[in-house]
Design a binder for this molecule. Structure first.
Ligand code: DLL
Length: 430
């Protein structure tokens, strides 16, 4: 089911024409209503929206980053009077002040629309029972899924995160068909199900929408096996709207379809900022095309992905973004080797006897060399910890070229998350 066939199957030429028209509208609004944005645009030679003759002219516009949002915290980049905000959310940054974002009523409607599209993409249908274990609150996960599911016509259980045993009981009793949470929390739920002796086959789950943190194909296979559902990758960020910027279709599950009539996507080379061609991996950059309260032009996400604009079997014409390799700032440079935490996840999940719970610690030794330690757990009582340690160390060394120390902890000792998992603990002090 395609929620909005007209928008989602638009021939790409027409889509680009629509994007240009909407981009000009956004530029006019910013020039008129947001002094900080207008100043940067003028410095780049843009005096009016008509200076943009084609979408290619976008590359002449300056980037915006999370640091800019922090600088203008909390409401310095709003294009409407604060009184017109219907809601405020914030990004999940753990250090210092969060980055706040605001929505007009119109923005909330667009968000519901793109979320309904995303849920339909993954195979959710009107009438389905949805267990929504994303956190409700300033985080955009809970309410974003809530709104989209209501528009689609699902029955929502707004359980939020936590009290996992109770979650399992409610999933059983209310016959949840759709599960929404972070991939790490899905595993936590799966483990609780196993500990309670519940047979996953007695659950009614058909599809799960997982996102808000990096995860791998190996993790997808593990979640599907344990929960007996089809796992869909859904992506978004609060600065742009929240969840629903893109989602995979259940037909292909090869890249997440970006809602391009609302969000213009580019991939740029992280160092130079030069635009990259489809298929090339780089940093995702989004421009909002219909946002009223907080329009953003060329917002650098820090997320590493690649685009595919080839037609999709599902019939949609929208570009697909590859599963995220990770965030640019999560990339570790260890003894000259680049390492994304998702690489460790991929390798570890291929090791016989390893459970899908892990953390990566980075320390700086007195010799000033950085050292990596991985903690993991055995998958079940029968696994010999010493054998697992040796297999994991060998696999990590062979595949990354880096020596990592592996500590096999007892089952349940790697911290579990109810939201975004903390995968990397950087203990370097400088
Ligand atoms: O995490 C929005 C969201 C909620 C997306 C629920 C999906 C599901 P923020 O808290 O602002 O918003 O964090 C955004 O999370 O820049 C990515 O680094 C990461 N992220 C989001 N979705 C995915 C995903 C929400 N599917 C940041 N895969 C983004 C990998 C993801 N990383």
């Amino acid at each position: 089911m395609i929620w909005n066939p007209e928008a989602e199957t638009l021939p790409r030429e027409r889509l680009r024409a629509l994007q240009l028209e909407r981009l000009r509208g956004t530029i006019s609004l910013l020039l008129r209503a947001v002094p900080a944005q207008a100043a940067r645009m003028r410095a780049a030679g843009i005096e009016s929206a008509s200076d943009l003759r084609s979408l290619d002219d976008l590359r002449g516009l300056p980037f915006w980053t999370k640091a800019d949002l922090r600088e203008h915290y909390p409401f310095g980049l709003l294009a409407v009077p604060r009184e017109l905000l219907a809601r405020v959310h914030a990004s999940s940054g753990t250090r210092g002040k969060p980055t706040t974002v605001g929505y007009t009523r119109g923005d909330l409607e667009v968000w519901s629309e793109v979320m309904a599209r995303g849920l339909a993409l993954g195979g959710a249908r009107p009438g389905m029972m949805m267990h929504n274990a994303y956190g409700y609150g300033l985080f955009t996960g809970g309410l974003g899924f809530q709104q989209g599911a209501e528009l689609l016509g699902c029955t929502v259980v707004p359980i939020s995160g936590g009290l996992t045993q109770r979650q399992v009981m409610l999933m059983q009793d209310l016959r949840a068909e759709v599960l929404c949470c972070t991939p790490s929390y899905a595993l936590h739920i799966a483990q609780t199900i196993a500990e309670q002796g519940v047979d996953p086959a007695t659950l009614n789950l058909a599809v799960g929408f997982f996102g808000a943190e990096p995860w791998t194909e190996q993790m997808r296979a593990e979640i599907e096996r344990r929960l007996g559902l089809m796992a869909i990758n859904i992506y978004g960020l609060s600065e742009i709207v929240g969840p629903g910027v893109s989602a995979e279709c259940h037909e292909e599950r090869r890249g997440a379809h970006v809602q391009e009539d609302h969000f213009l996507v580019e991939v740029v080379e992280p160092e130079s900022g030069e635009p990259l061609a489809p298929g090339q991996e780089g940093e995702l950059v989004f421009t909002t095309l219909t946002k009223e309260a907080l329009p953003l032009v060329r917002y650098r996400t820090g997320d590493i992905s690649a685009l595919d604009v080839a037609p999709c079997r599902c019939g949609r014409t929208t570009a697909r973004m590859a599963r995220l390799r990770g965030r640019r700032d999560d990339m570790l440079i260890i003894r000259g080797v680049n390492l994304y935490p998702s690489e460790v996840e991929r390798i570890l999940l291929g090791v016989d006897g390893a459970a899908p719970h892990y953390q990566l610690f980075v320390d700086r030794a007195p010799s000033m060399l950085d050292e990596l330690t991985v903690t993991c757990e055995p998958a079940g009582h029968g696994v010999d910890a010493e054998g697992l340690r040796q297999r994991a160390e060998a696999a990590l060394r062979d595949e990354t070229g880096l020596t990592m120390t592996v500590h096999v902890l007892a089952e349940g000792e790697v911290p579990r998350s109810e939201g975004k998992a903390v995968r990397v603990v950087d203990r370097r002090t400088d």
